[in-house]
Design a binder for this molecule. Structure first.
Ligand code: SF4
Ligand code: SF4
Length: 339
């Protein structure tokens, strides 16, 4: 394990940024967000960023290919397949877990090369939580906010930041920072971890239990009458899907610039009425069906296809951002027997 005193953290950022693009969470009027480090920013102490870190690997929009049609000829320009190396600093345990959930979608056959390239070029430096919020329930899904995953795991105390490399990629980056960091034992980290775990136990949602849901429970939940009442307030705005680190639906569209066609993909939302619109019509015509889809996907369908792993990481963003105060916790309580 290595450490650096807090007053030297910006030197460490400058060193990383001299070789790779570095993104750190910074405070803005709209909450914390990741910015490319340019030597002027200070790392935010906010618990989490407003938008999740999934943008680094699955951006909101991206160009897939450009092509030109002239008569019967189509000229295809090669899609982008090289990306710069980059480092994400300060991702929380829930967001790091979300990468595993996205991996199971985008790295499964057929592999999504756009996503794969970004995953290969990105180094994830996570930050252990010390002050989890009342909306946090990552523990429901077996995530330990005090000991996140990541290529390097960081713990920030009052006067230092501690680094523990967990992968070869992480070890390589940490080794490149040896001149700025020093060897240390894990005493301070162990003490902080134990203290945070005590805080986690006392969170209001600490007892939220997902065990009623999971793989192969489709028939148990699909036709439950509660979907009708619980979905009534949903506006179909899609905010919950856009802030969610694990939502992965997208659309692919062509944009004709007049000179060429740009084929791009952009995030979509199962909460939108035209999400399932096809040539023959729409298979989900009501908001109750769309609402049910989102939560069934996270709590039943995803686990069914992924060895029981849930498609939610308990980050609490949907609780904080839904304009009508609807969220996955309410669904779990209504349908899963939670108090
Ligand atoms: S649950 Fe809330 S955030 Fe999500 S679509 Fe409905 S109203 Fe919007
Ligand atoms: S469903 Fe809500 S709590 Fe779960 S990962 Fe998505 S935004 Fe976070």
């Amino acid at each position: 394990m290595r450490k650096i005193s807090l007053d030297k953290l910006n030197q460490l950022f400058a060193e990383i940024a001299s070789k790779n693009s570095l993104y750190i969470p910074v405070d803005t009027a709209a909450g914390a967000k990741y910015e490319k480090y340019d030597g002027t920013q200070t790392m935010s102490d906010a618990l989490n960023t407003t938008r999740s870190a999934k943008d680094f690997f699955f951006p909101q929009t991206e160009n897939l290919v450009d092509f030109k049609v002239e008569g019967k000829n189509i000229e295809i320009k090669e899609p982008v397949n090289e990306y710069e190396d980059f480092v994400i600093f300060g991702a929380r345990a829930c967001d790091v877990k979300s990468f595993e959930i996205l991996d199971r979608v985008f790295l499964a056959d057929p592999v999504d090369n756009f996503y794969k390239n970004r995953r290969e070029h990105g180094v994830v430096v996570s930050m252990a939580c010390t002050k989890p919020a009342e909306t946090c329930f990552c523990g429901t899904f077996g995530i330990d906010a005090a000991a996140p995953a990541g290529d390097i795991v960081c713990h920030k105390t009052a006067d230092a930041v501690y680094f523990d490399a967990k992968t070869d990629k992480g070890a390589k980056l940490l080794e490149s920072l040896n001149a700025l960091t020093e060897d240390t034992d894990s005493a301070a980290v162990d003490a902080q971890t134990a203290q945070t775990r005590e805080v986690l136990k006392k969170l209001p949602l600490a007892g939220l239990d997902a065990s009623a849901f999971g793989a192969d429970k489709t028939m148990e939940f699909f036709n439950r009458p509660e979907w009708q009442t619980i979905s009534e307030s949903c506006l179909g705005c899609g905010t919950c899907t856009f802030v969610c680190p694990t939502c992965q639906c997208y659309d692919i569209k062509d944009f004709n610039t007049g000179n060429e066609v740009k084929r791009y993909r952009c995030w979509d939302s199962c909460m939108y009425s035209d999400f399932t619109k096809m040539a023959h019509g729409n298979i989900r015509n009501s908001q109750v069906e769309r609402f049910r889809q989102r939560f069934m996907h996270k709590l039943v369908y995803y686990p069914t296809n992924n060895e029981g792993i849930f498609g939610c990481v308990g980050c609490g963003r949907c609780m904080a951002k839904c304009p009508v105060n609807m969220n996955i916790v309410k669904v779990m309580r209504k349908l899963g027997g939670n108090k």
